[in-house]
Design a protein around this ligand. Structure first.
Ligand code: G1P
Length: 293
């Protein structure tokens, strides 16, 4: 039975729809309510049983690796600012997982970022969680990565998450063409990166959670760059789907594209509404506010 114990978290590139990242504050370090985006993503991986987390970061992303490092200055500051809940969360992660950081020397796309994790992944299967997407489990169900890991461990076939999107959003995502095997569970027949809505009949988009057989690494090693000189993960997944098969599954979790302006605001509002300390007051405020707009 294959076990998934390793994950790659690529930090996002600087796409146009993203929030501006500066050299010192990468957007993964922007706060959603009371913790940086990256902490939510790492927590999802750890809850799914991942023990080695490989952060792939480019220039100017030191703040991400520093955040997970033992830092007397940070810990002293968190304690002094009364942010010890955040400190507890970081410490819990450090106790359960190894956080390993690898520098992506050239911004050559998501496929290349995943390939940068090869020295740690070796010959094992692994998960990929995009560093600017947050998913929060709903209705007491396992989180998205946990569900993908379970599917892979049962079938030995790479499995990715998919979500239905509106026509206008098709060109923002990798899109999977699928055949439904059982409710919410699909065989992927093809994939296309950011097509025009007219170029595919599928509306099943990839929200950035994947579990791969190690074969994807060999495919990426031989991949040629395409769109904008980048190595697209989606192209290599298309080949994986032809060579070995690829499954896809939907999820009930709430998902936020925290690297997008609207998604970032939505994540803050919804997670603050669910927060026992902030929720009641914020909810009353929003009810009053909507009367004015
Ligand atoms: C990347 C992937 C795309 C995926 C998306 C999810 O694109 O290339 O397949 O659907 O993340 O957010 P990006 O958003 O980095 O342009």
């Amino acid at each position: 039975m294959p076990k998934i114990k390793k994950a790659i978290i690529p930090a996002a590139g600087l796409g146009t729809r993203f929030l501006p990242a500066t050299k010192t504050v990468p957007k993964e370090m922007l706060t959603i309510v009371d913790a940086p985006i990256i902490l939510y993503v790492v927590e999802e991986a750890v809850k799914a049983g991942i023990e080695d987390i490989v952060l792939i970061a480019g220039r100017g992303k030191h703040a991400i690796e520093d955040f997970f490092d033992t830092s007397y200055e940070l810990e002293d500051k968190l304690a002094k600012d009364g942010k010890d809940k955040l400190l507890e969360r970081v410490t819990r992660i450090r106790d359960k997982a190894n956080i390993i950081s690898i520098r992506q020397k050239h911004a050559l796309g998501l496929g290349h970022a995943v390939l940068c994790g090869l020295p740690i992944i070796g010959k094992e299967p692994f998960a990929v969680l995009l560093g600017d997407e947050i998913t929060m489990e709903a209705n007491g169900e396992p989180n998205v990565t946990e569900q993908l890991v379970k599917s892979f461990e049962q079938t030995s076939i790479s499995t990715i998450s998919v979500m239905k999107v509106a026509d206008k959003d098709v060109s923002k995502y990798g899109i999977a063409e699928v055949q439904e095997k059982s409710p919410g569970f699909f065989k992927v027949t093809s994939l296309v990166e950011k097509p025009k809505p007219s170029e595919t009949t599928s509306r099943w988009a990839l929200p950035g959670r994947y579990v791969f057989d190690n074969a994807i690494m060999d495919i990426l090693l031989n991949a040629k760059s395409t769109l904008n000189g980048e190595i697209q993960l989606t192209d290599s997944m298309k080949l994986l789907c032809q060579l070995q098969g690829l499954n896809a599954m939907t999820f009930t979790a709430d998902r936020y594209d925290a690297g997008d302006k609207l998604g970032y605001l939505q994540a803050n509002i919804e997670l603050a509404l669910k927060n026992p300390e902030l929720g009641p007051e914020l909810s009353a405020y929003i009810k009053e506010l909507v009367k004015r707009f």
